[in-house]
Design a protein around this ligand. Structure first.
Ligand SMILES: [Fe+2]
Length: 116
């Protein structure tokens, strides 16, 4: 599919069981607990150098943006967001590399709550 506009499609794992080096350094990793979600880019931490860095990380809960954290060279390629995780079914994160474009990952949460 070729896009004619400037919006690029986010990239993610082609095969999550056999990630490429580029995927390991760019696909955001989501770590939810009950009140927040930590996002790290990526499973091998991306560099945060003056000419090559992660410009922002954005988190979505059930498709709605929770927030976007802009990053600067020298900072850690990670961000933490407040989320009511037990009430959320799906979390997704996007990260923008100034050289390699937009990357995303998502996780589906199983509810641990008993039906009441
Ligand atoms: Fe990159």
């Amino acid at each position: 599919m070729i896009s004619e506009n400037n919006y690029e499609e986010a990239q993610t794992y082609q095969d999550p069981y056999n990630p490429s080096e580029l995927e390991q350094k760019h696909v955001p990793i989501l770590e939810p607990n009950t009140v927040s979600v930590k996002v790290t880019v990526g499973e091998v931490k991306h560099v945060m150098e003056a000419n090559h860095w992660i410009q922002y990380i954005e988190l979505f809960a059930d498709g709605e943006s929770v927030g976007r954290i802009d990053l600067q060279p020298g900072e850690e390629p990670e961000a933490e967001f407040e989320v009511d995780v037990p009430k959320t079914k799906k979390l997704s994160a996007q990260a923008l590399c100034n050289q390699h474009g937009l990357w995303e990952n998502e996780i589906n949460l199983k509810s641990n709550n008993a039906k009441s």
